[in-house]
Design a protein around this ligand. Structure first.
Ligand code: DAH
Length: 337
């Protein structure tokens, strides 16, 4: 093999190897192998002495151009790798990923859960009833006289056919008692509907929690003690309760309960309309007619009931002054809870 053939095959081998290179370390190896002090190219140079004198110049020239070409190719490859390494540096895999907003429970759902927890603690089970009621359960079973104004179209939404959207959770009382024997100790949360003018304080749909306690020898003091404990656990131990006499067809005697306005500490402010008190619920001792309508013996049993306005209480505790915002699904508002 002539020295020219040898130069040719060195160049070819070099190019094959160069094509297979995958990182900078291999470039350094290749460079040492071909262009190092004891590398293939300098080995060829050292053979010049053996070449016939007339050919030396030509061989020298080819070797120089081989050396130059290999150097150039090595440098180009080196350049390529440093560029791509630069690029990969621009992706910082240690940066935090994209985050997704987590949902949370609606403040009303949270409030209901909190209230039910307290009642659970006080020994009440949970019961549910339908939102579309019959006239009997919503009114008749609860001792509403036939001509009572609450049955008026003005307050009640009627469905097509004979259903009505319940105007309160009290029908769960008579539904439960119809199916269960005393003693009874339940609370019933749920939505109720009223065809009322919409304002910061009232909406066409809202939530109530109904309470029902039936046994022998239940007294009004038991009612007071239960509500007092509940309000202290919900609002804080400083809260005071005021029982005002009232009227409901299904209780006798009946009362409405105000809590001391904790925003102004009872001194009077806009929220309590300068009275120092806020109304939160209706209650009373169960009317004997209600027991009769569910087949309980009013001579043997008595009990108390109450119905509290969830939104009213939650708004007080959370400092919300317009009930409508609870039904607008405004994410910026809801995010706070
Ligand atoms: N159902 C009444 C209302 O919606 C509230 C109420 C009052 C419920 C007295 C009761 C009760 O259980 O005993 O206004």
């Amino acid at each position: 093999m002539s020295i020219f053939d040898e130069i040719g095959s060195v160049a070819e081998n070099f190019h094959n190897k160069l094509d297979k290179i995958i990182d900078q370390e291999q470039i350094v190896d290749l460079k040492n192998k071909y262009l190092g002090r004891k590398g293939i190219v300098s080995n060829l140079f050292s053979q010049i002495g053996k070449v016939a004198a007339e050919n030396r110049k030509k061989v020298g020239k080819s070797l120089n151009s081989l050396k130059n070409e290999l150097t150039k190719k090595i440098n180009e490859k080196d350049q390529q790798f440093s560029v791509s390494e630069e690029k990969s540096k621009k992706t910082d895999y240690s940066l935090p990923g994209y985050s997704f907003n987590k949902g949370s429970q609606h403040p009303i759902t949270q409030s209901i859960d909190e209230m039910l927890d307290i009642f659970n603690h006080l020994g009440f089970d949970i019961a549910y009833g339908p939102e579309v009621e019959t006239d009997w359960y919503n009114f008749g079973s609860l001792n509403f006289p036939k001509n009572h104004p609450a049955r008026d179209m003005q307050d009640t939404f009627y469905t097509e056919g004979s259903g009505i959207l319940r105007t309160h959770t009290s029908p769960v009382q008579t539904r439960f008692m119809t199916k269960n024997k005393p003693p009874v100790r339940i609370v019933a949360p749920g939505r109720v509907y009223r065809n009322e003018a919409i304002s910061p304080r009232s909406y066409c749909v809202f939530n109530q929690i109904e309470g029902l306690y039936v046994d022998k020898d239940v007294t009004f003091s038991d009612l007071r003690g239960t509500l007092d404990m509940f309000c202290k656990m919900y609002f804080g131990s400083d809260v005071k309760l005021k029982f005002r006499t009232s009227y409901f067809p299904f209780t006798e005697p009946s009362a409405e309960v105000d809590v001391s306005c904790f925003l102004c500490d009872g001194k009077g402010c806009r929220v309590c309309k300068n009275t120092g008190w806020l109304e939160i619920l209706g209650c009373g001792m169960i009317d004997p007619n209600v027991f009769k309508s569910v087949g309980y013996d009013p001579e043997k049993y008595n009990g108390f009931a109450f119905g509290l306005g969830v939104e009213r209480m939650a708004m007080l505790k959370l400092g919300i002054n317009d009930i409508r915002i609870l039904y607008e699904n405004d994410i910026e508002f809801l995010k706070q809870f």
